[in-house]
Design a protein around this ligand. Structure first.
Ligand code: GDP
Ligand code: MN
Length: 382
């Protein structure tokens, strides 16, 4: 689960990590009101889960009320890499001289958390990581002791952070690590930490990803889940209890079992199609779950065809087939072609039961995927 910048900044502020004054707005008028209550200039920032918002036009600076209105008008409702912006963070702009990078994540190869510090923060940190990895200092942490103060200082010193701000940056590093550990986070990242012209340091951006399996013991974060959802579809998936990941293709995929769904994704790609999603409806694919799954993929306007890949184990093929029939019978017009591949327990009975007027039945997985990709291509042309 990934928090929005505004959520992560609230968490940072509570943890004592300095952030600029800011407030969230969901309409242009509200954004202007917030801006006027802050000190100009302000930054208006799109709240969507995509990296590189700055480069993509999702962040604008405003010197006065008129510019704040203009910025909010251009950002709210804009399409940022496939996501519609419905919220902006309006924040006092930082007059900065340097942009630093601070992050904590799990280093799986070392089996330990790693703290990262660089004085080359800002929008090009990815190319720094690639071209000059030595410019990002890494300090591994023994989780049973936590990050020691001397380690934070060492990392800041090794990264070449200017001396007069080094103490404050070390405090941020410590704060970020402690927050990471206390909140069952998988990643906490500040890029950039800005050094202001007054030689203060402040978290100008905030990324926070949390382990969803730990939410049961993180009630404050569990409460943020709904607002953190990227879009209506993710919110719906949470509600239905599905494992769902939206992708950017047009072939919708529904299966039972993560491995089976992954295989289907790979095959769609193999046959020249583009997966629209990962959707695992899990075991016991009863009629209501099938209907919910269809509701999800049909709600994605990019979807041009759907392939069901169901392997019957405890879930019997005939049950699934009845579920698919009854779910599709509810439509006056089925939004996109649906292809079904059933295997395993009672698969033959299931194929008999499936209504050919509603779905295309394929015996093999390869056949089903190819057919779905063809349908998606045809719809695409129309
Ligand atoms: P990202 O592009 O999605 O990572 O968004 P960031 O919040 O990191 O902002 C990207 C860039 O926008 C920063 O590196 C700055 O160069 C610029 N920026 C963001 N906020 C401010 C601000 O308050 N003042 C100024 N001058 N620039 C800002
Ligand atoms: Mn950033």
């Amino acid at each position: 689960m990934k928090l929005h910048e505004y959520q992560a900044k609230e968490v940072f502020a509570d943890a004592g990590i300095p952030t600029p004054e800011s407030a969230l707005a969901t309409s242009v008028d509200e954004a202007v009101e917030v801006a006027d209550a802050l000190d100009y200039p302000v930054a208006v920032k799109a709240q969507v889960h995509v990296g590189g918002r700055g480069k993509a036009g999702g962040i604008k600076l405003a010197e006065n009320t008129a510019e704040a209105r203009e910025a909010a008008e251009s950002i709210l409702g804009m399409d940022l890499k496939g996501y519609t912006v419905d919220r902006v963070l309006v924040e006092e702009a930082v007059d900065f001289t340097n942009e630093l990078y601070v992050g904590v994540t799990m280093d799986r190869s070392e089996g330990a958390p790693v703290v990262m510090v660089s004085e080359r923060g800002g929008v090009d940190i990815e190319s720094v990581a690639e071209e000059a990895p030595e410019d990002i200092v890494r300090e591994h942490v023994d989780p049973s002791f936590g990050l020691q103060a001397y380690q934070a200082r060492n990392a800041v010193y090794d990264a070449g952070i200017e001396q007069d701000v080094a103490g404050d940056v070390a405090k941020i590093v410590q704060g970020v690590y402690d927050l990471w550990a206390d909140s069952d986070a998988t990643e906490v990242e500040i890029n950039p930490v800005m050094v202001t012209s007054e030689r203060d340091v402040v978290a100008a951006d905030a990324v926070m990803k949390l382990d969803e399996d730990a939410l049961f013991r993180q009630p404050a974060f569990a409460d943020m889940e709904e607002d953190a959802a990227e879009d209506d579809l993710e919110a719906k998936a949470n509600e239905y209890g599905f494992d769902y990941v939206r992708l950017d293709g047009n072939t919708g995929i529904i299966g039972n079992g993560a491995g089976l769904v992954m295989t289907t994704l790979d095959l769609v790609d193999y046959y020249g199609g583009q997966p629209a999603n990962f959707l695992d409806i899990g075991g016991g694919a009863k009629a209501d779950r099938v209907a919910n799954a269809l509701d999800m993929v049909f709600s994605d306007e990019n979807v041009d065809s759907v392939v069901f890949n169901i392997f019957g184990g405890i879930t019997r093929g005939d049950e699934v087939a009845r579920g698919i029939n009854s779910a599709l019978e509810q439509f006056d017009e089925i939004p996109t072609p649906v292809v079904v591949r059933l295997a395993g327990t009672n698969a033959a009975e299931g194929r008999e039961i499936l209504n050919d007027d509603l779905v295309t039945v394929e015996e093999t997985l390869e056949g089903a995927v190819q057919r779905a990709v063809e349908y998606a291509d045809e719809e695409d042309i129309q």
